[in-house]
Design a protein around this ligand. Structure first.
Ligand code: FSX
Ligand code: SF4
Ligand code: F3S
Length: 393
């Protein structure tokens, strides 16, 4: 009840003000604050602090620059099916300079950027969307006669915080795909210092919003991993929370797009899903406020590892993933056991005891994948259209 009391302490008047300002009911607003607090992994009761910060704090000035990219990051923020998200973002921050959204052009736009920087010196949040080409002294991306390199350095000098949004700004993303002719580089590489990154192509807008609200609530950006990614969003592998994980553990895989396994929601590992080596909260957060399962794997496409440097736009899409932190299948009850094939639970346990848990896990994983191959081959051998083994349906 403590947190309930805290949130009620905000007062009816303040919440009525929010109701008018955001055009959403108090109930929706409080639910939104609770969702953001949970997204950020904050302790119980933090929703009250978040609600209070949004309600009372001065909106942080944001200067948003575009470099080498497709504008998908901005689109994902603004073109959500659900109209509330873009409204909230535009209300929580004061977007003082944004080339896609501003009406100004040419010299007026340049003046708007300078004015916003001067008026909010040392206080604004600089958001960078897109990679920075560094080859040939940066001539591959120029705005108003200035290279992306110079613009980034100039704007970062007086910023309170820098956020690299999208994979392009975070680690080079799509523009840096080999042979990277323009030398597309990340914000951190060009500035020579770590910045907060929200990778994804495009990233989930809630992760960006949560990072900004964290800044608003606590006066600093959230804790990050060694790649600058907020831990609240990027500390778990996609594979850990995937709704198809039970199929992976049971050795049930889609082999071709549109095959029986694919249609039945089997694991996409063999179609090249990079969930096992990609850190992101896509399965738990979803995209576009469009309901459950609205994320790549939920829609039937393998994760391409878009948040992960060295995976997205680097590894071939259908190359199978490198397994990281694989929980030993020994911990899971087998859902399907092909007769006369694979290791029994008891023999697997003995194997693990002999070889050590980690090695046992690797062996079991290999067996699991191999077992599935054998089963698939057997199935292929059956004539097309014959009813499948009931246990695999
Ligand atoms: Fe596009 Fe953003 Fe991808 Fe890059 O998102 S969606 S190419 S991460 O910078 O605009
Ligand atoms: Fe999900 Fe991909 Fe892992 Fe399969 S390999 S469980 S589809 S994340
Ligand atoms: Fe990207 Fe994979 Fe999520 S492709 S959007 S990290 S599921």
């Amino acid at each position: 009840m403590g947190e309930m009391n805290d949130i009620f302490k905000l007062g009816r008047q303040a919440l009525q003000g929010i109701e008018q300002r955001l055009g959403m009911s108090r109930r929706d607003y409080l639910q939104f604050c609770a969702t953001l607090a949970v997204t950020m992994g904050l302790p119980k009761g933090a929703d009250a602090a978040v609600a209070k910060a949004i309600e009372s704090a001065k909106r942080p000035s944001v200067i948003w620059l575009h470099f080498q990219e497709c504008t998908g990051c901005t689109e994902s923020l603004l073109r959500a099916e659900h109209p509330t998200l873009e409204k909230l973002i535009l209300d929580v921050i004061s977007l003082d300079y944004h080339e896609t959204l501003m009406a100004a052009a040419g010299h007026q736009a340049e003046a708007a950027r300078k004015d916003a920087m001067k008026a909010n010196k040392g206080k604004y949040v600089l958001v960078i969307e897109g990679a920075i080409p560094v080859k040939e002294n940066g001539i591959y991306c120029k705005i108003g006669g200035h290279t992306a390199i110079d613009l980034l350095k100039e704007c970062a000098a007086d910023a309170a915080a820098v956020i690299a949004i999208g994979s392009c700004a975070s680690w080079g993303g799509m523009p840096s795909t080999g042979p990277n002719p323009s030398g597309a580089s990340s914000v951190a590489e060009v500035l020579g210092k770590a910045v907060v990154t929200i990778p994804g192509c495009p990233p989930n807008p809630y992760n960006f919003l949560a990072a900004v609200v964290h800044f608003l609530t606590f006066g600093k950006l959230p804790d990050v991993d060694k790649l600058g990614r907020p831990k609240f969003a990027y500390s778990r592998l996609v594979h850990e929370n995937c709704e198809r994980r039970a199929h992976f553990d049971a050795g049930r895989f889609a082999i071709e797009f549109g095959d029986a396994g694919h249609r039945q929601g089997y694991c996409l590992y063999k179609l090249g899903c990079k969930g096992p080596e990609t850190y992101a909260n896509c399965p738990t957060l979803g995209f576009g406020d469009a309901g459950e399962n609205n994320w790549p794997v939920g829609c039937g496409h393998p994760c391409i590892g878009c948040t992960e440097k060295g995976v997205g736009f680097a590894k071939p899409i259908h190359q199978v993933a490198t397994m990281k932190n694989v929980a030993p299948p020994l911990q899971y009850a087998r859902i399907v056991e092909e007769q006369g094939k694979g290791a029994s639970f008891a023999s697997a346990a003995a194997l693990a005891a002999l070889a050590g848990a980690a090695a046992g896990a690797a062996v079991m994983l290999t067996r699991n994948l191999g077992l599935s191959h054998a089963a698939e081959e057997a199935e292929r051998a059956k004539s097309e259209g014959k009813p499948q083994d009931k246990a695999r349906e």
